[in-house]
Design a protein around this ligand. Structure first.
Ligand code: HEM
Length: 490
């Protein structure tokens, strides 16, 4: 089968981020198998499959099922057994893994998560993207469907988000998306082989992965294919094939304490540099620190080793390039090793330390208004949605290891967790920011940022399987492979 033809059966949200303005997530609970199957039957015609960027006025709809959801739909035990064996994180669900694998303790502990993420009752996640006005109609239609289908109900509150446009002071270009804490987002766009035209794929070669990093049943970057299932009958293979996993993670952001910390660190660097902490210098200096925490300037430009505090690079009219740490910044003088993007996508030295890339296909969107004097107390954060083919090896590894531990490839001191998303507990932990590398000045001692506090709080995480169209049809029509066949017990 050619790549183009099989991609037509993959849910669109798995394949590409939506550029539509708003999102609505609804968690469903199935009280009975019949109710769940009726609901899926009604939803199937509304789901969006295959790559597409054409029709701007339509609503895109995606459906994920949790392991508890598959149980509630009475998917045969042998199929569930394969999930347990090959996708243990998905089968266990996020709640029991939160503390040990996701760093969710204290205020982020799973016991405090929103009811929508209840371990046993969160069965399906419906996600719709669209323009706000058409999306409102689609949400009303979903409400009617739920109300008229016995055996199904909404679980917890709906979650609605919207892309943020550029903040004041930045050029607001079409199709630019920003997140809270003041950063432009949507710049790194990992993608799978076969999805882009040859010329676009050639220009983005460093972002292209083997399909198996996203889709089950295809080879991964290292050539292995855990979901090949060679001894299973064809219809069993087809059930898993071209499905994908996602972690939906709702994260509240405390912008007030983030900004307080920026101001404190700006004072520290200004004092050190013998510069006044007046308003004219403070804003660019805070942007400089933002750049060091994330690894990109607020408008998305890579942070190079030559950038000085208080300097902003000129804004580019085109999409900022992906940073190439190996050749441009091997020592972390531009993007510190501890910065968010360098942890989430290690390259260069880090890869030489035998760290293999673990791509995450991000499809999230922020919720809540921009932070300003009138909205300081409004709830805001990220409705994160992270697709991959292996939750444990990709999503959990990024959060539980790379975000939570000492930065990789690091040569000096500095033991803070990921500056943006880490569950900071130790006020003495530090992020070390090496001085810019300038031919004219000898390098001085690095700046040390400390007193990190948690700027984010997890409100819930849900692991879901996004079946291909044939797999959904199998669930709805119950055309399972009979269980007594020998493959099922192997
Ligand atoms: C509120 C929380 C978060 C904020 C504010 C945030 C912010 C950002 C920003 C500004 C970027 C750079 C934009 C881009 O390259 O497209 C980025 C990249 C990224 N983030 Fe986050 N993020 C958050 C949570 C997370 C979480 C929970 C994960 C993973 C589990 C994650 C994984 C990534 C990855 C993989 C990249 C791409 C890195 C690269 O390839 O360069 N982020 N994030």
């Amino acid at each position: 089968m050619s790549a183009a033809s099989y991609l037509g059966d993959v849910q669109q949200l798995v394949l590409q981020a939506s550029w539509r303005r708003a999102v609505h997530h609804r968690v469903l609970r199935f009280h009975s198998r019949e109710g769940g199957i009726r609901c899926l039957g009604q939803l199937l015609g509304q789901l969006t499959f295959g790559p597409d960027r054409q029709a701007c006025d339509k609503v895109d709809c995606a459906l994920g099922l949790s392991f508890r959801g598959l149980e509630a739909l009475e998917v045969p035990p042998a199929y569930l057994g394969l999930f347990r064996r090959l996708a243990p994180a998905f089968a266990a669900g996020a709640v029991p893994r939160a503390a040990a694998r996701l760093g969710d303790t204290g205020p982020s502990a799973a016991t405090r998560w929103e009811p929508a993420f209840a371990h046993r009752d969160a069965h399906a996640l419906v996600t719709m993207h669209g323009k706000p006005e058409v999306l409102a109609q689609a949400v009303a239609a979903l409400d009617r469907l739920i109300a008229s289908t016995s055996g199904v109900e909404s679980q917890g509150k709906s979650m609605a988000g919207m892309h943020l446009r550029a903040p004041p002071g930045h050029v607001d270009r079409q199709n630019e998306h920003w997140v809270h804490f003041g950063y432009r987002d949507g710049l790194s766009r990992p993608c799978i082989e076969g999805l882009l035209s040859d010329d676009v794929a050639a220009a983005r070669a460093h972002e292209i992965h083997e399909p198996g990093e996203l889709l089950l049943g295809e080879a991964r970057d290292l050539g292995d294919n855990p979901w090949a299932l060679p001894s299973a009958p064809q219809e069993v293979r087809a059930f898993f094939r071209h499905g994908s996993f996602a972690a939906m993670r709702c994260i509240a952001q405390d912008e007030r304490s983030f900004r307080r910390a920026l101001a404190r660190w700006a004072d520290h660097i200004a004092n050190d540099a013998g510069r006044p902490t007046d308003a004219a210098w403070r804003e660019p200096l805070e942007d400089f620190i933002r750049a060091k925490l994330c690894g990109r300037w607020p408008d998305g430009q890579p942070v190079t080793p030559e950038h000085l505090p208080g300097e902003r690079p000129p804004v580019s009219a085109t999409r900022p390039p992906m940073p190439d740490f190996a050749t441009q910044d091997p020592d972390g003088h531009g993007c510190p090793f501890g910065a968010h993007i360098r942890r989430m996508n290690p390259q260069g030295h880090e890869v030489a330390l035998s760290v293999r890339p673990r791509p995450l296909f991000r499809r999230g969107m922020p919720y809540g208004p921009w932070y300003d004097a009138g909205t300081e107390d409004a709830p805001r954060g990220l409705l994160g949605l992270f697709f991959c083919s292996d939750i444990e090896d990709q999503f959990e590894h990024l959060l539980g290891e790379w975000a939570d531990r000492m930065p990789m490839g690091f040569t000096g001191a500095g033991d803070a967790k990921d500056p943006l998303i880490g569950a900071h507990e130790d006020p003495r932990a530090t992020l070390v920011v090496p001085r810019p590398k300038l031919a004219s000045t000898p390098p001085g001692a690095p700046w040390t940022l400390h007193r990190f506090e948690p700027f984010v709080r997890t409100l819930g995480t849900l692991y879901a399987f996004y079946p291909s169209r044939p797999a959904l049809e199998t669930i709805i029509n119950r055309t399972w492979r009979r269980e007594e066949e020998p493959w099922l017990v192997r």
